[in-house]
Design a protein around this ligand. Structure first.
Ligand SMILES: *Cc1c(COP(=O)(O)O)cnc(C)c1O
Length: 320
């Protein structure tokens, strides 16, 4: 057994998207991992249940992690640090002069210490922050970008089983999910493989070329699998990734994301985020229009959260 803390509200619901299905001419449902719980939820909380169990086991007192300014991973880490009575140090790339809005506002409410850096200097700043915390006797524990290591990825193999239990009668033909640091898709791919799932897990790449992301996802799936003593091995060719929707890069919201956000909100009352789920939903809608799926395919869109970024600039003012 791999140690795991109970820090989320699981299982998250699976809901049919009836009005959207009619509008798009497909059979669409949604897995609501925007509702995992901690400080506005999202996919990282599931991974952190495993990663933080290890942090506590080794006697850590401080969590140190890294991300972009509007990192949902950093926000969820800060929330769980507060919940566990730990200190939290976040190394964020962006402009320290940014308004404290969206996830940054929440990070501050949660009591995290923020160290600002640039994207280029992020790794170096992270190392320095960790070393200093060590020297200061804070007993730091380093969580990688997106909590995407073998341990964190196990959470999504477990989440896959949770979903399959909810859809036993009618398992989906496709699972469509935003994929970036790769741990979420890796866990889902491992879960799919070990349960001999007949459908496919399609990652809509947020910020990496398909070849690179397939390698990362297969690597993480195998790391997770070896911790679980699984015999299944995944190869990059087994991983389904679409990189047609990288647009102008990470975090740059275009008309495609904006339309997807408006459509989900207007037809289903469901909020998407401007960086990940908005992009993945825009990709999904385009693939549907292009006839990528068979007419009767059941598609499950896996919502990974990220809502607080809607309330951050420049997104908020570009959305209406
Ligand atoms: C981190 C994140 C993702 C991507 O998950 P990875 O495991 O990093 O691939 C998708 N959606 C949201 C909202 C996220 O915060």
């Amino acid at each position: 057994m791999i140690a795991r803390l109970k820090l989320t509200h699981l299982p998250t619901p699976v809901e049919p998207l009836l009005r959207l299905s009619t509008q798009l001419g497909v059979r669409l449902s949604i897995k609501r991992d925007d509702l995992t719980g901690p400080a506005l939820g999202g996919n990282k909380a599931r991974k952190l249940e495993y990663v933080l169990a290890e942090a506590l086991a080794v006697g850590a007192k401080t969590l140190v992690t890294v991300g972009a300014a509007q990192s949902n991973h950093c926000r969820q880490t800060a929330a769980l640090a507060a919940r566990l009575g730990m200190k939290c140090i976040l190394v964020l790339s962006g402009d320290a002069g940014n308004a404290a809005d969206g996830n940054v506002l929440v990070d501050q409410l949660l009591g995290a210490e923020i160290i600002w850096t640039t994207k280029e200097r992020r790794a170096e700043t992270l190392k320095a922050a960790f070393d200093k915390a060590w020297e200061d006797g804070l007993r730091p524990y380093l969580i990688p970008l997106g909590a995407s290591n073998g341990l964190g990825s196990i959470a999504y193999a477990t989440a896959f089983d949770e979903m399959l239990g909810q859809l036993l009668e009618e398992p989906p033909d496709w699972i469509v999910v935003a994929s970036s640091s790769g741990g979420t898709q890796a866990g889902l791919a491992l879960g799919a493989k070990r349960s001999k799932f007949g459908g496919r897990v399609l990652g809509i790449s947020i910020d990496h070329p398909a070849g690179e992301l397939r390698e990362t996802v297969a690597f993480l799936a195998n790391e997770a699998g070896s911790r679980l003593k699984e015999k299944n091995i995944l190869h990059p060719e087994d991983i389904w990734v679409c990189d047609d929707y990288l647009g102008s890069g990470y975090g740059v919201m275009s008309v495609a994301e904006r339309n997807a956000i408006h459509l989900f909100a207007n037809t289903e009352g469901i909020l998407l985020d401007p960086v990940y789920t908005g992009r993945a939903a825009a990709g999904l809608m385009d693939l549907i229009r292009k006839g990528y799926f068979q007419p009767n395919d059941k598609i499950l869109f896996w919502h990974t959260g990220g809502i607080p970024a809607l309330f951050a600039e420049p997104y908020a003012s570009q959305l209406c």
